[in-house]
Write a protein that binds this ligand. Structure first.
Ligand SMILES: Nc1ncnc2c1ncn2[C@@H]1O[C@H](COP(=O)(O)O)[C@@H](OP(=O)(O)O)[C@H]1O
Ligand SMILES: CCc1ccc(OS(=O)(=O)O)cc1
Length: 284
């Protein structure tokens, strides 16, 4: 994670001032001044882009994509810090100039909404894998992230954070718009739309989809072996003995949301997603 500012406790006003608005979308400070360069960023046909709204299981997806595309050993992947291997387009480090020079095939990550991504991606010049996560687990995860982030040192309650989420007032803008915009592009030949919960529900189908999308030939035995390796990656997080509750599991929001918060959330969800046929598993 990019840590470009000094530690400052965040009152609501201070928290607001950390973001800036770009075409009506609230973006983190490290995106400032580079959105035009990002729009013009040269994309290669061999690139694979991983795009998510934050806290959608990006690191896990990276690991799985890395394993499927490179055939790497899951134990090795578990040992290396995959976040250090894959650059994030908009982060200050390593920065656009370095990413431009990376050797092919590049794996690049971004949390930016579809319309702010390099325009070459809109013309189908390279593969884009998007993953969405159910927003109730996501907002809990994003809250915990803000509480632990030195640059944000967020001090508000979960209730207040959840309200910001419902009002589209968090970094990277509206989750509702982010997922719906990608959902509209799910049939584009260069886009694969995945859901986090499917990694837990039907990993073999997801690995098969990924292998096909990435052009990795695999027979039934290879698919089984790949899936087994990917399962190890999924389990590495969710079954970590050191953690009090299984992180990353589907449905953890139920322990955090109050009944009234859940009712309010469902109303907002219906208002903002009502016309969209994208469905999520909120429990498994
Ligand atoms: N193998 C894995 N490695 C890292 N994160 C994983 C993971 N499996 C599940 N996750 C979950 O993915 C979420 C983080 O998403 P991102 O990588 O986009 O920041 C976390 O959710 P929780 O905070 O609900 O536990 C984390 O637990
Ligand atoms: C709060 C702003 C922010 C910063 C960085 C993020 O990315 S990641 O989740 O660490 O990959 C997301 C949000």
């Amino acid at each position: 994670m990019a840590e470009s500012e000094a530690e400052t406790p965040s009152t609501p006003g201070e928290f607001e001032s950390k973001y800036f608005e770009f075409h009506g979308v609230r973006l983190p400070p490290f995106c400032r001044g580079k959105m035009e360069e990002i729009a013009n960023f040269p994309v290669r046909p061999s690139d694979v882009w991983i795009v998510t709204y934050p806290k959608s299981g990006t690191s896990l997806l990276q690991e799985v994509v890395y394993l499927v595309s490179q055939g790497a050993d899951p134990d090795e992947i578990g040992l290396m810090n995959i976040d250090e291997q894959l650059p994030v387009l908009e982060y200050p480090q390593p920065g656009l100039d370095i990413i431009k020079e990376l050797t092919s095939p590049r794996l690049i990550k971004s949390h930016l909404p579809y319309r702010f991504l390099p325009s070459d991606l809109h013309s189908g010049d390279s593969k884009v894998i998007y993953m969405a996560r159910n927003p109730k687990d996501l907002v809990v995860s994003y809250y915990q992230f803000h509480r632990s982030l030195r640059t944000m040192s967020y001090r508000g309650t979960f209730q207040e954070f959840c309200r910001r989420f419902m009002n589209d007032k968090l970094g990277y803008g509206s989750w509702f718009e982010h997922v719906q915009e990608f959902w509209e592009h799910r049939m584009d030949s260069n886009v694969l739309f995945l859901k986090y919960e499917d990694m837990h529900r039907d990993l073999v189908a997801m690995v098969e989809q990924l292998a096909r999308f990435l052009g990795v030939p695999c027979d039934k035995a290879q698919l089984e072996s790949l899936t087994e390796h990917c399962r190890q990656l999924v389990d590495q997080c969710c079954d970590a003995e050191a953690l009090p509750v299984g992180r990353g599991r589907v449905g953890l929001w139920k322990d955090i949301f109050t009944v009234s918060m859940n009712e309010k959330f469902d109303l907002v969800y219906k208002q903002k997603m009502g016309k969209c046929d994208l469905m999520f598993d909120f429990y498994l």
